[in-house]
Design a protein. Structure first.
Length: 104
């Protein structure tokens, strides 16, 4: 059975052209939130069968590039994200886990 992959595409010209994110390619995206036109987070799992079960990425350029902020081999997966601003957010995980995010 062939695995299905998620792809994240972005547009900077109102949707006339689209570019695939190479960083988030082959990810099962479970949460995506931008707090403004530049700053956003993406959560999910990498495929195919990676030892990294949960990943959190951050973008400061509207999703053109993404930097890893967190990855784990533990048995949990982020299921959703919620950010109130650039310094405060929460990631929800399996079994009702809630992870707080704040800038140190």
């Amino acid at each position: 059975m062939e695995e299905e992959y998620a792809n994240v595409f972005g547009s900077s010209d109102g949707g006339v052209t689209w570019t695939r994110s190479d960083t988030l390619h082959h990810m099962h995206i479970t949460g995506l939130q931008f707090i403004d036109r530049y700053m956003g987070w993406a959560a999910g799992m990498r495929f195919p069968s990676s030892s990294e079960r949960s990943n959190l990425y951050f973008s400061t350029d509207g999703g053109r590039t993404w930097e890893s902020q967190f990855s784990s081999e533990e048995e949990f997966v982020f299921t959703d994200l919620f950010f109130t601003d650039a310094e405060h957010g929460w990631a929800l995980g399996w079994s009702g886990a809630i992870y707080a995010y704040r800038v140190p």
